[in-house]
Every structure is written in C-alpha cells, then in structure tokens.
Ligand binder design. Structure first.
Ligand code: CNA
Length: 397
C-alpha cells in the first residue's frame, strides 16, 4: 500500500455493510453488536499528544530533531550496523523515550476500552513507547510490529537482559553490556536491517477475520505494516482517524474517514457510541503515569521565576549555537556528498533498508531537540559504557 493519492469511493456507490459512511453509521454498526472483532492499527500519531514526537511531522517530528546527535543521517539512530559502531545516539534517545515518562493518551485508553468491552481482536502497533500497555491493554492483545522497550537482549548472544538493570543504566545514561558475553544490549525494538517479530507474521492475516478495522495516527508508509488494512475483507468497515488521508483508506465501500486529531476522533466515536463517560473515567485512571514518575528519575523541584527566565535564556543561547552548528553540519554534509562517503556512512546507508523499510529521503533533517530531549542535562552528560561488575553476573535465562 503506501501513501496513495487515490480518489475516495464514488459517493453514489452505497455502502455495503454500514447504513452510511459516517461516524453515525459506524456507531450504529458498533452499537448493534455487529463489530465484535475489532482490529486496531496504530502509529506514532496516537502518542504525539503524550509529548512523544512522531517521525515525519515537519518541525516537530523526531527525525527533524536529531541533528544534535551528529548522526550521518537521522534514521541511523535506528540502524543496527550504526548502533554496533556507536550505540550512544540510540541510548541518548532511549533515555528520553523510556516507558514511565509519558502518560498514555485518551486514544490509548480508547483501545483499552475496546478490550474491556470484549471487542478487541488485536492491536497492531508500530509504536515502541509501550503506552498501550501502560493504558492497560494486555500483552496477548498487542502485536508490537516494530518491537518495543518491553524486552531487551544482547545483540551478540541474544541472552535476555534484566529489565531492572536496563532501567537503571538508561536512567544513569550508561550503555548496558551483556552479563554473559559483554556484548551490546538493545531493547527489542526493530531496527532498520532487522526482522520484524514472529508475532507480526503469525497475526498479520487477522484483519481478514475482523468485522471492523480502526487505523489511527500512522502515515502507513512502513512496510509490511502498511499492508495490514488491505488484508480486511471487501465490505468490512474501516475507520481512519488521522490528520491526513493515508494508505488508500477512503477507497473501500465501507471506509469512514475522521480526518483530524486522534484524541478528538476517539472522543467523537465514543460519544456516538454512548461510551464517552466510561472512556474519560478510564483515561483519568492513567493520570499517575507520567514524566516524573519514572523510576530512577528524580522529581525536579519547582523552579522560581528567575530560574525559569535563566532556563529560557539558556535555551535561546543553545538555539543560536545549534543554528551555527547546523550551518556547519550542512557544510560538512555538502562536502561529504562531493567527496567519497566515509566507510561508516556507506555501511550504515547500505543496510538501512531491511524488511522494516520505507523509501524515505534522509535529507534535510534539522532543527532542535527540544521536543525530544526534554532534559537539558542529558545533552551535556556523555554516555558511559557500563562495564558489568562481576557481582552483576547472574543467570537470567
Ligand atoms: P509517522 O510516519 O511519523 O506518521 C505519523 C502520522 O500520524 C502522520 O500521518 C501524521 O499526520 C499523523 N499524526 C501525527 N499526530 C497526530 C495526531 N495528534 N492526531 C492524528 N494524526 C496524527 O509514524 P508511523 O507510526 O506511521 O511510522 C512508523 C514508525 C514511526 C515506526 O517505525 C515507529 O517505531 C516510529 N515511531 C514511533 C514512536 C512511538 O513509539 N511513539 C514515535 C516516533 C516514531
């Protein structure tokens, strides 16, 4: 599939399953009990209101904000061969994105609500942030197509690595090393050049068994995930809640488009189904999960007016520095393009297309990391390699 610019279904063609291709038509279908096997497919857009940037949105997207990490190209942060040479950028990012720092959005709670109502067949998510888990969607209902921070292991001997240890290392901005072989440890996030989890391939035909597909917050540009909505049967209703029209959604006879913000969209749907109060109550339960709740991350004391002002001056100074660095970065990039590429850059580029691939430009990524790297300290403190102390060696098999 992909980000097709095709024509929405001819309005004169009547829907085959729904009474109308509208939110009301869809709510009527759900309330009548005909949607009892719902497959949900999500992407970064359902977590942006939690404060986690998506990859692609101009200005605020993650890739637009990685310049400070001195990467040969933005996607290198998720490139396995680059990681082997230099794990620091990934761990700098992991320090900011590690679960426990962000509160699930009401969209995550909506998925939980579908589960609580016994309507969720499966959630396929491309997200690595574990916010669905934090919202209470159980493990057996989730297919994390691109992996997540939920598990971690050694990239050499594949030995699982204890969660408490990785939490501690990430909080301390250290690079964890395997207790068995001292190889690099990595959360089981699928990097470019790596296979998708087996669970994805085992479940990828589930949309064909569903009676409703809900696609939210994704550009549907990463394959093979992007092909999931196309696996639904011909007249199965498909709902897209997204800022933009993607993946040919809108072409099916029973496709409904809710273009706009995900949180607004799920609230509208919940209201139309008579579930809004329940949804808001469920979401309220997640209020304790958030930034300063993360283990190992001390609560920051409230700042005085002067301190806030000082921070603002620091931020502006850094932005000016960044702009200067950026020009330097561009200059080096142009030079690099005119000269033969370095061995590192060439290797990394060569492996950046794997099963988990999308054809995207690696160019023109710039900006500041304010949206991603919330903690100013994290920019200054260099990452340390965590040499495992002999006492840490234990069998986690
Ligand atoms: P993407 O390519 O960045 O697309 C995001 C889509 O969501 C775009 O179509 C946006 O217009 C849309 N969008 C953004 N904000 C909203 C909003 N508030 N309401 C509605 N729509 C919105 O991201 P995809 O998920 O499609 O791409 C797959 C990548 C992104 C996977 O490999 C992920 O691992 C990766 N990713 C994950 C996270 C995360 O875990 N939260 C964050 C950033 C990237």
């Amino acid at each position: 599939m992909g980000n097709e610019e095709s024509t929405p279904v001819d309005e004169s063609v009547p829907p085959q399953t729904l009474s109308s291709r509208t939110l009301e038509g869809l709510a009527e279908y759900i309330k009548s009990g005909k949607a009892s096997k719902i497959v949900v497919m999500t992407g970064a857009g359902i977590s942006t209101s939690a404060g986690i940037p998506d990859f692609r949105s101009p200005e605020t997207g993650l890739y637009a904000n990685l310049a400070r990490l001195n990467l040969p190209y933005a996607e290198a942060v998720f490139d396995i061969s680059f990681f082997k040479q230099n794990p620091e950028p990934f761990y700098t990012l992991a320090h900011e994105l590690y679960p426990g720092k962000y509160r699930p959005t009401i969209t995550h709670s909506f998925i939980r609500l579908l589960h609580d109502k016994g309507l969720l067949l499966k959630l396929f998510t491309q997200n690595i942030d574990c916010l669905e888990r934090e919202a209470g969607v159980p493990d057996d209902k989730i297919v994390e197509a691109h992996g997540s921070f939920a598990r971690q292991s050694c990239i050499e001997c594949k030995h699982p690595y204890p969660e408490d240890d990785i939490k501690r290392h990430i909080a301390a901005m250290e690079i964890p090393r395997c207790h068995e072989c001292e190889g690099l440890v990595k959360p089981e996030i699928v990097f470019f050049g790596e296979q998708l989890p087996q669970a994805f391939f085992e479940n990828r035909m589930l949309p064909a068994q569903s009676d409703l597909c809900i696609v939210m917050g994704t550009s549907l540009t990463v394959q093979p995930f992007a092909s999931l909505p196309g696996a639904a049967r011909g007249h199965t209703p498909r709902l897209l809640i997204n800022k933009e029209r993607v993946g040919g959604l809108g072409n099916g006879t029973d496709d409904v488009l809710l273009l706009g913000d995900c949180d607004d969209g799920v609230k509208k749907l919940a209201k139309a189904c008579g579930w809004l109060e329940e949804l808001e109550k469920l979401w309220a339960e997640t209020a304790g999960i958030g930034k300063d709740q993360a283990e190992g991350v001390p609560d920051e004391p409230a700042k005085s007016k002067d301190e806030v002002l000082e921070d603002e001056i620091d931020r502006l100074t850094k932005e000016v520095d960044e702009s200067l660095n950026l020009s330097k970065w561009h200059e080096e990039k142009v030079r690099g393009e005119l000269m033969p590429r370095s061995a590192n850059g060439a290797d990394a580029a060569a492996t950046s297309e794997g099963l988990h691939s999308r054809s995207q430009p690696h160019e023109d990524e710039k900006g500041n990391l304010g949206h991603v790297f919330v903690s100013e300290d994290s920019k200054e403190v260099p990452l340390k390699s965590a040499d495992p102390a002999p006492t840490e060696k234990k069998d986690e098999a």
